[in-house]
Design a protein around this ligand. Structure first.
Ligand SMILES: *[C@@H]1O[C@H](CO)[C@@H](O)[C@H](O)[C@H]1NC(C)=O
Ligand SMILES: *[C@@H]1O[C@H](CO)[C@@H](O)[C@H](O)[C@H]1NC(C)=O
Ligand SMILES: *[C@@H]1O[C@H](CO)[C@@H](O)[C@H](O)[C@H]1NC(C)=O
Ligand SMILES: *[C@@H]1O[C@H](CO)[C@@H](O)[C@H](O)[C@H]1NC(C)=O
Ligand SMILES: *[C@@H]1O[C@H](CO)[C@@H](O)[C@H](O)[C@H]1NC(C)=O
Length: 358
C-alpha cells in the first residue's frame, strides 16, 4: 500500500506540473486535449482560474447551467469518446480573450484527476497592402496577433525616413502601418516590406519601372514584379490603382478579364505580360501587376503612354503641309517666272532660289 503510494506520487506530481499548450487560430475551432482512465459515471469539469465554468458534464449529459456567458454556444465534448477516457474540449470561434490556462477535472468511481492546458491564440499575417502616393510608400496589414514587427529594405540598399504605427483593435488584434518617405524617387528601386509575427512572415515588394510608350494600338506591358516562375503565383492586373483588369490564379489559367477590359486584353503571356489591343488615350495610365503566393507579394507599376493618336496626327499634319507647299510652289512658280520674265531679263536664277528656300 505504502509502496504503491510512493510510486504514484511522482506520477501525479508530474501531471500537475505538466501543462500542455494548445495553439489555436483566431476565429477557428480548437481542441483542448484532456485524457483520463475512462469508466462509467464520468464527471468532467473544464474550469478557469477564478472558478469560471467553461463546460461541465455528468449524469451522461452536458451541464451548462453554470457556464460563463463568454463561452455560451462555443464549447462541446466528444461524447462518444468520454467513457473511453477522452474529455477533450472543442472551442469554436476562438478569440484573443480565450487565452488562459484551463483546468480539466475528471472523476470516475476509480478516482479523480486534474490536467492543465494553456490556450495560445495566433492570428497570422494575411494580406499586406502596399501603395505609393507621391513620394510616400505605405505598407500595412490588419488583424494580427501577437504584436507584429515590420521592416523595410531596398534594393539597391539605401535608407529613408520611415515611421511605423501599431493599433490594437477591439478584438485585441493588431493593425500595423508604416510609411517610407522617399527623398529621391527613382525608377527600378525595389521597396520591400516584411511583417512578421510568432507563426508567420509575409513580404511585399513594390517596384516602379520606367514608363512605357506604345506607338501603335497594340502593346505588351511586362509584369516585371518578379522573375519567379508564375506557376506558383496568382496574378492580378490593375489599372490606375482601382480598376481590376484581370485575375488569374494558379488553378484558373488564363484567368478572368473584367467586362470593361475584354476588348483591350488580347492575352497574358507565360511570364505574366499583359498583351493589349485597340488602345486609345483612354487606356493611358498606370498598369499594376501583382503576383502573390502565401508568403510573398510582388507589385510593379508601369506607366503606359500611348503615342498612337498623336503619332498619326503628326504624320497627317506633315503630309498636308508638304502637299500645300508643293501646290503653292507649282502655282506660284510659273506666275512668278512669267511676271519676272516680262519685267526683267535673267530672272530664272532668282525663281530657282525662291523654290529652293521653300
Ligand atoms: C479525443 O478526441 C478528439 C476528437 O476526436 C481527438 O482530436 C483527440 O486526439 C482525442 N484525444 C485523445 C487523448 O484521444
Ligand atoms: C527605418 O527607420 C529606422 C529608424 O527609425 C532605421 O534604422 C532604418 O534604417 C530605416 N529603414 C530604412 C529602410 O530606411
Ligand atoms: C484595423 O483595421 C480594420 C480593417 O481595415 C479597421 O476596420 C479597423 O478600424 C482598424 N482598427 C484600428 C484600431 O486601427
Ligand atoms: C531575379 O533573379 C536574380 C538572379 O536569377 C535574383 O538574384 C533576384 O533576386 C531575382 N529577383 C526577384 C525579384 O526574385
Ligand atoms: C489614369 O491615370 C492617369 C494619370 O493619373 C490619368 O491621366 C488618366 O485620366 C486616368 N485614366 C482613367 C481612365 O481614369
Amino acid at each position: 500500500m505504502t509502496g504503491a503510494g510512493y510510486s504514484l506520487v511522482p506520477f501525479f506530481v508530474l501531471l500537475w506540473i505538466l501543462t500542455l499548450t494548445s495553439p489555436c487560430v483566431f476565429m477557428q475551432s480548437c481542441v483542448l486535449l484532456c485524457s483520463f482512465q475512462g469508466g462509467s459515471d464520468v464527471v468532467v469539469h473544464w474550469i478557469l482560474t477564478g472558478d469560471l465554468h467553461v463546460h461541465s458534464y455528468y449524469h451522461n449529459q452536458d451541464q451548462l447551467g453554470n457556464q460563463d456567458q463568454t463561452f455560451r454556444g462555443r464549447t462541446s465534448l466528444f461524447k462518444e469518446q468520454i467513457s473511453g477516457g477522452n474529455a477533450s474540449l472543442q472551442l469554436t470561434g476562438v478569440r484573443v480573450q480565450d487565452q488562459h490556462r484551463y483546468r480539466c477535472h475528471t472523476s470516475t468511481e476509480r478516482g479523480s484527476r486534474n490536467s492543465y492546458v494553456s490556450l495560445k491564440v495566433d492570428a497570422p499575417v494575411r494580406k499586406i497592402h502596399i501603395e505609393q502616393v507621391g513620394n510616400r510608400i505605405t505598407c500595412s496589414s490588419e488583424g494580427i496577433y501577437p504584436k507584429p514587427e515590420l521592416t523595410w529594405s531596398m534594393d539597391p540598399p539605401s535608407s529613408s525616413k520611415n515611421t511605423t504605427t501599431v493599433h490594437q483593435t477591439e478584438q485585441q488584434l493588431y493593425n500595423i502601418s508604416s510609411s517610407l518617405i522617399l527623398s529621391d524617387p527613382v525608377p527600378d528601386v525595389i521597396y520591400s516590406c516584411r511583417i512578421s509575427t510568432r507563426t508567420n512572415t509575409r513580404r511585399t515588394t513594390l517596384r516602379n519601372t520606367a514608363s512605357l510608350t506604345a506607338w501603335s494600338s497594340e502593346t505588351s506591358v511586362p509584369c516585371s514584379a518578379s522573375n519567379t516562375s508564375l506557376t506558383d503565383f496568382s496574378l492580378i492586373w490593375r489599372f490606375n490603382h482601382s480598376q481590376t483588369i484581370l485575375i488569374q490564379t494558379r488553378t484558373h489559367v488564363p484567368g478572368t478579364v473584367s467586362e470593361d477590359w475584354r476588348k483591350h486584353v488580347r492575352s497574358v503571356s507565360e511570364s505574366g505580360s499583359l498583351v493589349l489591343q485597340g488602345l486609345s488615350s483612354d487606356q493611358e495610365g498606370t498598369y499594376t501587376c501583382e503576383l502573390s503566393n502565401n508568403q510573398e507579394t510582388y507589385v510593379s507599376n508601369t506607366v503606359l503612354i500611348i503615342e498612337k493618336g498623336r503619332g498619326t496626327g503628326v504624320i497627317l499634319g506633315a503630309v498636308v503641309g508638304v502637299v500645300v507647299v508643293v501646290l503653292v510652289v507649282a502655282v506660284a512658280a510659273p506666275v512668278l517666272y512669267f511676271t519676272r520674265r516680262t519685267t526683267q531679263t535673267g530672272a530664272g536664277p532668282v525663281v530657282s532660289f525662291i523654290l529652293c528656300s521653300k
